[in-house]
Ligand binder design. Structure first.
Ligand SMILES: C=CC1=C(C)c2cc3[nH]c(cc4nc(cc5[nH]c(cc1n2)c(C)c5CCC(=O)O)C(CCC(=O)O)=C4C)c(C)c3C=C
Ligand SMILES: [Fe+2]
Ligand SMILES: [Fe+2]
Length: 387
């Protein structure tokens, strides 16, 4: 076996308050996060949205200590995974490639080349696949690969998603059980799975398997838990004007309270590390909403971070991937066309000269409307909270 590397992919988060705006700019510049029909509008709009959102976002990051803990936790996970692999006799160097902040995916790939890695496992730290997360990172890596003959020499394999991984499910269940068992009547609490949402069109129009994988994951956790607690699934962190996966977490909490529920145990289902959506959104915003709505017990299951069973699960994913035939970008991006990974392809394939004329006209109308809205401070984007 040649020199082996494991590339862990994640979103990244600002290290300090000064990083928040550029981090948001990177995030909204991604066509997998905001889908626009015109590429040239992406960067100006990203700049606008980032600038307008920065204040609220900075205030939220200030509430959790002035930055995201994601980098530090991911480094601890990398260290734990390296040790766990070594115990199984696998010597591998672990790299971290974040999508929107340091350490960037581009830097990780440069290091992988410099280290002479010959065999690489690409492992997203998102248990469930979404076009907006793992898909976005895969797309970036694929384009870097295509441009670089040195990267093309590396034998790589991708792990697209792993929501049903044994170690992951067992660790989730162990943490959930621990939380339930601290209640006087553990079997009475409602288990509230809160997943990060995505625009509903990703699922209904582009075939994003995210919702199906989240639902399957909830089912597996409840089955493994083996208790009869009532449970619900809702989606959090909606951004922007379009409809996202429903029901929304902020609607379900008061509805449950109105139906007489008094005890909630919240499971952050799409996150494996603590970050702003767990520490601020769930622990502060949703807790306050729950208390105002009349729920007297609101507990949140901690994120996995370096839970030993979870790390063992990651190790198993890596060792299995090293033994199996390689899983390539082509397989992830075009899995028998069951779902389309890259939504904006529609625009590229659909380009006809007539469409281009209309695209140009609509773009001008859109851009003028945007300028007017910026000058006047009023309009649909303001109403939707995007500007
Ligand atoms: C499974 C996880 C995630 C999905 C799916 C996802 C989709 C998605 N996110 C946004 C917009 C934002 N996300 C932000 C932060 C953020 N998102 C995830 C995970 C998923 N996102 C994480 C782990 C984090 C936090 C990183 C950290 O700092 O610790 C933010 C920034 C924070 C804020 O201002 O609220 C935005 C904005 C969209 C639009 C989207 C799907 C299209
Ligand atoms: Fe997000
Ligand atoms: Fe949020």
């Amino acid at each position: 076996m040649g020199r082996t590397g494991v590339l862990l992919l994640n979103l990244g988060g600002p290290d300090s308050l000064a990083d928040v705006r550029p981090f948001l700019y990177n995030l909204f510049s991604d066509p997998e996060i905001i889908r626009l029909p015109f590429r040239w509008l992406q960067k100006p709009l990203a700049w606008l949205i980032a600038t307008r959102r920065a204040k609220t976002s900075e205030a939220n990051y200030a509430q959790i200590g002035g930055g995201s803990p994601l980098r530090e936790i991911t480094e601890q996970q990398a260290q734990a995974l390296q040790e766990s692999l070594a115990q199984e006799g696998v010597t591998a160097k672990i790299y971290i490639g974040m999508r929107y902040w340091h350490p960037f995916t581009e830097a990780a790939l440069a290091q992988i080349k410099a280290d002479g890695i010959e065999e690489l496992v690409i492992l997203p730290l998102y248990p469930q696949f979404s076009i907006s997360t793992s898909g976005s990172s895969f797309r970036l890596i694929e384009s870097l690969w295509q441009e670089d003959s040195a990267l093309q020499k590396i034998k790589y394999t991708i792990i697209p998603s792993w929501f049903n991984n044994r170690g992951y499910i067992q660790a989730m269940v162990a943490l959930l059980r621990q939380e339930l068992d601290q209640l006087p009547e553990p079997e009475k609490a409602t288990i509230f799975f809160s997943a990060h949402g995505v625009p509903i069109s990703y699922v209904t129009e582009e075939g994003d398997p995210y919702q199906a994988e989240i639902e399957a994951c909830v089912h597996l956790i409840m089955q493994t838990l083996g208790r009869s607690n009532p449970h619900v699934l809702a989606y959090q962190s909606r951004v922007g004007p379009v409809e996202w996966l429903k029901p929304y977490t902020e609607d379900v909490i008061p509805e449950l309270a109105a139906s007489g529920v008094k005890e909630l145990v919240v499971v952050p289902i799409s996150f494996i590390s603590e970050h702003i959506e767990t520490l601020q959104e769930i622990d502060m915003e949703y807790r306050e909403l729950a208390e105002e709505s009349g729920i007297h017990t609101f507990r949140r299951v901690p994120a996995l971070n370096t839970h030993p069973e979870f790390i063992a699960g990651l190790r198993d994913l890596v060792t299995t991937a090293l033994e199996a035939p390689p899983y390539t970008f082509a397989q992830v991006t075009h899995p028998r066309k069951q779902f389309k990974l890259y939504p904006q392809e529609r625009w590229e394939w659909g380009m006809t000269s007539a469409a281009e004329v209309w695209n140009g006209r609509l773009a001008m109308i859109g851009f003028i409307a945007l300028l007017l809205e910026l000058i006047s401070g009023q309009g649909p984007l303001h109403m939707a909270g995007l500007l």
